[in-house]
Design a binder for this molecule. Structure first.
Ligand code: FES
Length: 380
């Protein structure tokens, strides 16, 4: 899936928790000055430092739904890969240079999770520790990343990736409801296997337009037919309501949801009246702009001015004039779309840039905006 992975805050909201935002900002600003080697290792620094890229090769490809392919990726020399946990994703650099995020949908318990955990390495076949699996739906209007994967990635194709990261961690609560919309099953599949292994009280609802669009349907049914509910729009006359989805929740359940924006909105609205206790979610692509004001971007000091409507992102407007402008997450956490601000007062809404980088003029136009009537002059 063309991933969007916004780490939710402590209450499942798609913004950083306020307390930790301030704590992180404090640490970024003051830890180097405090002199302690321990404090210098503040948690944001490693994240913004580039890490060595993983070299990968496609070793297998199979169709897992009408417009979804699953790729198996491995180290070209057959060596072990960095470990991961359910909910993690890979940032891939495709042969064209596009960067995209995809959830890992394999099973860490029979694979890479144990690669760097010597205490458990003896439980794992070494051959199984050197592969990642991702699944990608072809999106006709998705910016070309999924089309490139479908059209050009075959066994033998080389590509690079960053180590897996996890912004959608599974906490293995005693009662769990998994809600997947279409390709949103990919981060949930490893969680379902983990829940089953740990004898949790779990249920999964997997929704889609029709049966042939549901990836991994047979694999899911085989896990536990009594706990897996496949629900298609063509059989039910339309998409499910939030209430309908949450009706499968055991009392006090934690809900893990990954799917399109309307599904997440429906679940959020119905949560309070449901038996569920908490919600963790991962969104596809950009969140809808709900509190934007119209402003203007200018392309260079003397370039053309483009109006940004209240309900569109600056990135989407910029890409109409500069189609090559790179992007990936569209949610302000990967940094791929960074541009330089030459003039104007921005409203930074990302979760990536430090105060110092913002002061240097860095801006992420996928989420950042400006006040009504403001003009941002960008070096693009
Ligand atoms: S596209 Fe990821 S931060 Fe803008």
């Amino acid at each position: 899936m063309d991933l969007s992975t916004p780490p939710p805050d402590l209450y499942g909201r798609p913004r950083a928790d306020t307390f930790f935002r301030f704590l992180t900002a404090f640490g970024d600003r003051y830890s180097p000055a405090l002199g302690s080697p321990l404090l210098r290792r503040n948690p944001r620094r490693p994240y913004s430092r580039p890490t060595e890229a993983l070299q990968l090769v496609v070793t297998a490809r199979r169709q897992v739904a009408a417009d979804v392919v699953e790729l198996t990726l491995a180290d070209p020399s057959g060596g072990p890969l960095p470990g991961w946990q359910p909910g993690a994703h890979l940032r891939l650099t495709l042969p064209s240079g596009r960067e995209r995020h995809y959830s890992l949908c394999g099973d860490p318990a029979d694979g890479a999770e144990y690669a760097d955990r010597t205490d458990r390495a003896d439980r794992t076949d070494p051959a199984e520790r050197s592969r990642y699996r991702i699944a990608v739906r072809r999106l006709p209007d998705g910016g070309g990343g999924s089309a490139e994967i479908h059209d050009t990635l075959h066994p033998g194709t080389r590509l690079t990736a960053r180590r897996p990261r996890n912004g959608f961690a599974f906490c293995a609560e005693p009662a769990v409801l998994f809600l997947a919309g279409g390709i949103g099953i990919t981060p949930l599949l490893p969680m379902v296997r983990e829940a089953r292994r740990n004898d949790l009280d779990w249920h999964l609802v997997h929704t889609g337009r029709s049966a042939d669009t549901l990836p991994f349907a047979a694999e899911l049914r085989a896990l536990d037919p009594a706990r897996v509910h496949l629900r298609t729009d063509d059989e039910h006359g339309g998409p499910p309501t939030g209430t309908e989805l949450l009706a499968h929740a055991p009392r006090g359940a934690a809900v893990y949801c990954c799917g399109p924006a309307p599904m997440l909105t429906a679940v959020q609205r119905a949560l309070d009246a449901s038996p569920a206790a908490s919600l963790h979610f991962e969104r596809f692509g950009a969140a809808p702009v709900t509190d934007g004001e119209p402003f203007t971007v200018r392309l260079g000091a003397d370039g053309p001015e483009l109006p940004v409507p209240a309900d569109r992102s600056a990135l989407d407007v910029l890409r109409e004039a500069r189609p090559d402008l790179p992007y990936s997450c569209k949610q302000g956490f990967c940094g791929t779309c960074e541009v330089r601000l030459l003039a104007g007062t921005p409203d930074h809404r990302d979760r990536r840039l430090t105060p110092e980088r913002r002061a240097d003029g860095a801006l992420l136009p996928c989420v950042s905006r400006a006040a009504a009537g403001e003009t941002l002059v960008l070096d693009v």
